[in-house]
Design a protein around this ligand. Sequence first.
Ligand code: SF4
Ligand code: SF4
Length: 450
Amino acid sequence: MSRVRLAPPFFVQIRSGSVKTRSFQGGIRIDDFKRFTERKPIETLPPPPKAYLPLKQNAGSPPRPVVEIGAEVSAGEVIAAPSGAVSSTLHASVFGKVSAIADHPHPSGADSPAIVIETAAAGNGFSGMEPMVDWEGAAPEDIRARVLEAGIVGMGGAGFPAQVKLEPPPGKKIETAVINAAECEPFLTVDHRLLLEETEKVVAGLKIIMRAAGAARGVVAVESNKADALDRLERALEKEENIFTVLLTVKYPQGAEKQLLKTVADREVPSGGLPADVGCLVHNVHTATAIADAVLHGRPLIERVVTVSGFGLDRPGNFRVRLGTPFSRLLEAAGGPPDGELRLIAGGPMTGVAQRDLGTPVIKSTSGLVVLPPLPRARNLPCLRCGKCLTVCPMGLVPCDLARAAEKGRREDFAGLSGADCMECGCCAYVCPAARDLVQFIQLGKALEE
Ligand code: SF4
Ligand code: SF4
């Protein structure tokens, strides 16, 4: 179905199915592997017998515990409170008793302090917040306070506290709120399913975000491999004057904030800058649904949808689970971990982190669990000077030289090559015929700069 509406000056006018998709310089075109789960409706799993809730679930400072061992808690009750300006709130994700506060494996790969709750055998205690029925007339700071109270962070993977992003920095104005529905990482289909199954909630979340940030305009940017979701969105937005859709080329990393804004708004976020520097704010689809739940229904963030996909799984799918659910339960729901040597990645295969322990829990930013074959053994061969890494770098960097500077500990060379601008998308490593661990070298270089 086509809609003809006037678009703001710097956006293309979108008519579903009738326009060219838009994209950015660099990046790679790879098999998206969405076919494993894109048609699998979201399935809700029961609460785990024990929920492991790491304090570290947001960028910035982790919240501090406000419960003690032995405390009885309802699902939705605050168990850790914000500890600084860039922090968040953490809630019990199950009804039960706090049995430990101790180090536990974390999706980042290191052990980290976690509050462990043993789920009660019977009962279903839940404590939420009062819905904000008058949110359309509410002050932006009251909505931001609700988002903090609900413990919402960027659910696409970054984990940045959502209320901080919603507040325009001093002297800046947010004109446009963008919902990032690119979901450009291979395998992941959480955002796709939410766009299809919770379309109205995504739109409500965007409107609340616009109110909280003072943005006059909203955009939902969708990659063209989600045509069904785009169609549904277009219908939901039919009466909206200030919300637009933009169709994106399927290319990695289309969903990286800088590349997304270049594509959607033709604006370049300066080096070291923020979307607010170009009058924009970007939030993920699942963050928008969580904000809608918190404001409209008084629900804190205690669960999320995770794609479990990859090779050798009998039942890959999209599962809604309580935070703190161990990865082992998700793999069981997907038919059990396949036999043989494998790699389990939390997040997408391009930017995710390899896991070593199936007891590691789902946290607020866990968008996927992907099972991949082991890496080839021959790695880090000498650089061939082929230049492939240069051609795909979406930031216009020279990855081979950055890696060499980092490897040799040449901090000034690394800084001179703008190493800090690397967003660790992995495009360079993906195309490197010498299988060089370019991203790991660049991470090393960034550590030298600190
Ligand atoms: S240098 Fe950084 S930004 Fe450029 S392709 Fe490699 S990982 Fe991506
Ligand atoms: S792609 Fe690999 S081999 Fe080619 S120049 Fe870059 S680092 Fe060297």
